[in-house]
Write a protein that binds this ligand. Structure first.
Ligand SMILES: [Zn+2]
Length: 283
């Protein structure tokens, strides 16, 4: 199974420190966040976290997404996956649902919104990226949960951002599942089914074709081909199988050729071949 790569995922990691300890994790689910900071772009957020590596809160997230870019500030899909700190450790819900803390087995994804950010574009990238993360780490696209569900007393993201644009938390979860299905389906069934016109064309065997023995025969063959409106094939570069219903052999024999009927325009040498073609055209 492959995944349709609609967008580029950019690696722009923050400096190591309290926010990015550099320890590796194996992701089993994802946490949906919004930045809670209207108008700040993915790059703004990445830079802020980069410039304050030892902030006492040690807060971070893997990925920031706006209407233009998807930036991984802590390696998730673009490098060996590291821990980010995006949900408080003492919260019980992640352990109850997924068996461990969000920071230790979860990918934290932040939606940027507000200000000059085109919400529809940012939302599309956010939904696509969450679906892609599920694919990348082999967990169900149903395994995404909002920060608001894990830390309900303090957090309202991502509903906080969604509700400003007429979106809902339930709708977001459904959109991620739908995107996952679309991005995995299109490629696994990529082999195009023949259209009715193609089938008709395949049955429409070429009426006539000219086969020449060698290039010196080409000038006579060309006269013939233009008269009967047929393509010219050079022996040795023939398509396999039957090439036409009626084959005009200009020089050489019909050995190895497949057709319903043959018109033999041959001779012992090039001049006899030319004469045979000429006789046919003037008949
Ligand atoms: Zn959050």
């Amino acid at each position: 199974m492959s995944f349709k790569m609609k967008y580029e995922v950019k690696a722009d990691y923050i400096a190591k420190g309290k926010r990015r300890p550099g320890t590796f994790i194996t992701p089993k689910f994802g946490v949906l966040h919004d930045t809670g900071n209207p108008g700040s772009t993915a790059k703004n957020n990445r830079d802020y976290f980069n410039n304050t590596p030892n902030d006492p809160t040690s807060a971070s997230a893997h990925t920031f997404i706006d209407d233009k870019v998807i930036i991984e500030s802590v390696p998730a899909t673009t490098g060996k996956t590291e821990r980010a700190h995006h949900v408080r450790y003492q919260m019980p819900q992640d352990n109850a649902l997924y068996g461990d803390d969000s920071n230790d087995i979860g990918i934290g994804v932040e939606l940027c919104f507000g200000g000059k950010i085109n919400f529809e574009e940012a939302y599309k990238r956010y939904v696509w990226y969450c679906a892609y993360v599920s694919y990348k780490f082999g967990f169900s696209p149903k395994k995404w949960i909002g920060h608001e569900k894990l830390d309900p007393d303090r957090k309202t993201d991502p509903t906080n951002a969604l509700k400003k644009y007429g979106k809902t938390y339930a709708g977001l979860l459904a959109d991620i599942i739908k995107e996952y299905e679309e991005c995995t389906k299109e490629i696994t069934s990529a082999a195009p089914k023949p259209k009715p016109e193609d089938i008709k064309e395949a049955d429409d065997m070429l009426e006539k074709a000219v086969v020449i023995n060698a290039f010196p025969d080409f000038p006579f063959a060309e006269l013939l081909a233009s008269r009967i409106k047929a393509p010219i094939y050079v022996r040795g570069a023939l398509p396999s199988g039957k090439i036409a219903k009626e084959v005009f052999v200009v020089g050489g024999t019909k050995d190895g050729l497949q057709a319903d009927s043959f018109v033999m325009l041959t001779g012992k040498n090039r001049f006899e071949v030319a004469a045979a073609v000429n006789a046919y055209l003037n008949r």
